[in-house]
Design a protein around this ligand. Structure first.
Ligand code: COS
Length: 368
């Protein structure tokens, strides 16, 4: 039911408008509001906090459908679900009431996840943003980088150093938008996902109350890692959705386009590209769904999420590239959506942990 809801919304509202959203560099607010009202901003959030409470598998299926229609909308949805889930899991009752409900209902348009810094990307344990105690308040100072939805998010999960060096001295905080000292700075001019906003943040003595702390003091690194494990399922699903749209377009083009007196789909060169793509797409989808079902069952799933993410995103990149090749010169123009898919899918091998970091997670897990 969740998949069908997401598919219907994606086909009606996203697919016909994704090129326009990209040109306007904005996802209309009413689209994000509708996502929330359909339960798609809170797929795996308990009903007690206005969530859809449909589980991690339904989330992956929904993400797959939304990404088929518009990859930028999908990443906005992915980060908002991840932020809602991390607050639902680690937050206090008042934090859940305010933020988890706010994100689920759409009262807060989106959530933002502020972990990376200009000089701490793959190695968040080296972050320099600090939170210092001042009476009963925390004062956050530093900079964050690559923050999805930062210019309209209602709440930010912000990681900052509260103890010594390394991963053991980091805490997470919930910072509402408009908090003085939280400054949204550079808006990135990206290669793809151009309807999704990505900004840098500056924290200039940004003060939050004591109860802004999320989870245990100095326990923030593990919270980030656990959130990213789930986030990687979302990005694996997103990449699979983009590749699925690309494959549909490649197949349609191969049927229509005639050369040497027949459809190019009648040539084995094109057939093999389609056959390999269809096979890899299914394998990617199954890896993503397996990781999601382990998560849903409450089992360990870090390794499976990393395997799903690296496989799905790398194969999705290859599938999109092959389908552009099927389109020939037309695929290199904006007259066909395939060129957007090639640009949109590229970052999936980078964000929420690069392919190289996924391999690190998998290898450490296997060797342990
Ligand atoms: N779940 C729970 N705890 C985890 C965990 C996970 N998935 N991964 C690590 N931890 C814990 C470890 O168990 C360890 O705890 P102890 O100190 O109690 O033993 C602690 O966190 C530190 O772990 P580790 O020593 O493995 O940290 P590293 O600095 O070596 O980093 C990687 C590990 C590389 C996996 C991590 O830094 C990472 O994921 N980097 C990529 C970050 C990323 O995805 N950025 C994208 C941001 S969103 S766009």
């Amino acid at each position: 039911m969740v998949r069908d809801t997401a598919r219907a919304f994606s086909e009606k509202t996203l697919f016909p408008n994704a090129a326009r959203f990209e040109r306007e560099e904005k996802i209309p607010r009413e689209v994000l509001a509708e996502l929330a009202s359909l339960g798609l901003m809170s797929v795996n959030i308990p009903a007690q906090y206005e969530g859809a409470e449909a589980g991690a598998v339904a989330y992956a299926l929904a993400m797959f459908e939304i990404a088929r229609g518009c990859a930028s909308t999908a990443v906005t949805m992915a980060v908002t679900n991840m932020v809602g889930e991390v607050i639902a899991k680690f937050g206090t009752e008042p934090q859940r009431e305010r933020y988890v409900k706010g994100l689920a209902t759409g009262e807060l348009v989106a959530g933002a996840f502020a972990l990376s810094e200009p000089e701490a990307g793959s190695d968040p344990g080296s972050m320099r943003t600090v939170a210092e105690r001042k009476g009963d308040r925390w004062v956050i100072t530093g900079a964050k980088q690559w923050i999805t939805s930062a210019d309209f998010a209602g709440v930010f999960v912000v990681w900052a150093r509260t103890g010594g060096g390394g991963t053991a001295g980091i805490s997470a905080f919930l910072v509402p938008a408009q908090t003085p000292g939280l400054i949204v700075s550079k808006h990135e001019d990206k290669m793809g996902l151009r309807a999704s906003s990505t900004c840098a943040l500056t924290f200039d003595a940004c003060e939050v109350p004591e109860d802004a702390l999320l989870g245990e003091l100095n326990g923030g690194f593990k919270i980030a890692m656990m959130a990213l494990d789930g986030g990687r399922i979302g990005i694996g699903a997103q990449a699979t959705g983009i590749a699925s749209a690309a494959l549909d377009e490649g197949v349609a083009y191969a049927r229509d386009r005639k050369q040497f007196g027949k459809s190019i789909g009648d040539f084995q060169a094109i057939q093999w590209m389609i056959a390999d793509s269809r096979t890899e797409l299914d394998a990617a989808r199954l890896l993503v769904l397996r990781a999601a079902s382990l998560k849903q069952a409450g089992a360990l799933f870090s390794r499976e999420a990393a395997m799903a993410k690296v496989f799905a995103t790398e194969k999705a990149g290859i599938i999109c590239d092959r389908m552009l090749q099927v389109h020939g010169g037309y695929g290199y123009t904006k007259d066909y959506a395939i060129e957007r898919h090639v640009r949109d899918v590229r970052v999936s091998r980078i964000y929420e942990g690069t392919s190289e970091i996924q391999r690190t997670v998998i290898a450490r897990n296997v060797l342990r």
